[in-house]
Ligand binder design. Sequence first.
Ligand SMILES: Nc1ncnc2c1ncn2[C@@H]1O[C@H](COP(=O)(O)OP(=O)(O)OP(=O)(O)O)[C@@H](O)[C@H]1O
Ligand SMILES: [Mg+2]
Length: 483
Amino acid sequence: MTEASALTEAVPSVLVVDDEKNIRRTLSMVLTGEGFKVLEADSAERALEVLSDPEQPVDVAIFDLKLPGMSGLQALEKVRADEATKHIPVVVVSGHATVHDAVLAIKLGASDFFEKPLSRERVLVSVQNAIRTARLSRTVERMRAELEARYEMIGTSAPIQKLFAEIDKVAPTKASVLITGESGTGKELVSRAIHRLSPRKDAPFIKVNCAAIPRELIESELFGHERGSFTGAQGRKRGFFEQAHGGTLFLDEIGDMDLTAQAKVLRALQNGEVVRVGSEHVIHVDVRVLAATNKDLSKEVQSGTFREDLFFRLDVFPMRVPALRERRLDVPLLAAAFVSSFCQENGLREKKIDPGVFEALQRRKFPGNVRELKNVVERAAILSSDVITVADLPEDPHLSPFEDEHESEAEDSMHPSLTTPLPKVPGAQLTLREFREGAERTYIVDTLKALDWNISKAAVVLGVERTNLHKKIRAYGIKRGDA
Ligand SMILES: Nc1ncnc2c1ncn2[C@@H]1O[C@H](COP(=O)(O)OP(=O)(O)OP(=O)(O)O)[C@@H](O)[C@H]1O
Ligand SMILES: [Mg+2]
């Protein structure tokens, strides 16, 4: 944190933009009286100069709508579009506002909108809320960045946080870990995070894909061989266990390893000893083993294709990586991150994502989990113009309109739920009241959606008190994500 912004955390500063000197003076008095530092500008052009001055950090800007030259709304658009100023909340004030102005201001990203004559209370509440919200989102952003740096995985949902906590617990130990989870959920990333956060981090991390090695070669790959020990064995070779000495061996797709190899792996784990193929010499190895599979190993044990003793040996610390549909909250974060890094890697201009895309993605089933999400958004990034829209998404092959996902939704509170659609032709089966309520509900949901579920903004647009809107939301059972 720079010194300048550290200072603003203590004394928040407000920029007041109005061409009328009296208004500036009044606002200045009210705000200074509450301990704010106040800066003034008499035009939008001057205000933009102040906002982009790093020496003078501004916590909130209050813009008059009508200004000589550039209007308050045009300035708002510029503030939002500029990387250096887009985090600054803007409150828009108007002398004679129309609903259209208010909606437009909120749509352009104003944090609040109100009319003159100014009420002291209204101004203070609005400024304080804007500051609080901006600080909160900065904190969330910082936490998110810290998590990403630590685990090299993206996610803030409850299930992924639980997984991060498990990684923290097990990483410092030498315990074997069995990582299970559907295909594409991030099992490999988990294993890498465990290694990176362990005392072995500077020693090798060796990954072995057990499914990709032919069964007649797996033994020599894992344990090494001496020259001429079998046909095709040219020279001596250190196996993966030896290569991972002091570090971590990641046995990926362990469910595909055959029984003979399983027996040898068990011996290596129990005694910390390996013997190269064609040799009698015992080599001591210090290796931590992590294993991953998308199979249910306890079932494989029952059917006799997996050794029970090896299963217990690996399953000392079982970890289950949740499917993406169990953590829909992470979908927008993941999608935005994948698009951003895809654009960077391919020298494309950073593309924006229409909010409708996030909603559409959160509704998908994603049997291929994070990997599938990544493919879908990268494809959309290739196809789209500057803004990725729903039309750029491939059709969902797994979509069935009447089937809803009930799997383990309880864990995530912000998933889309079924909605009551407004009937196109109100038939005789509806009373007038039912129709009216249906229409009201739909209108509230649409407004909330358009405003990114910001209840304060929606209350402004709908012309009701916040508390009143809350009541209606509860009464109609409206949930974030309702469409
Ligand atoms: N939380 C996450 N944050 C960022 N990227 C992720 C996350 N989870 C998975 N990925 C990405 O998704 C892809 C699949 O992840 P990974 O290979 O770890 O999955 P897996 O469970 O090992 O899959 P499989 O069972 O098919 O081997 C990779 O490109 C990975 O980088
Ligand atoms: Mg994998």
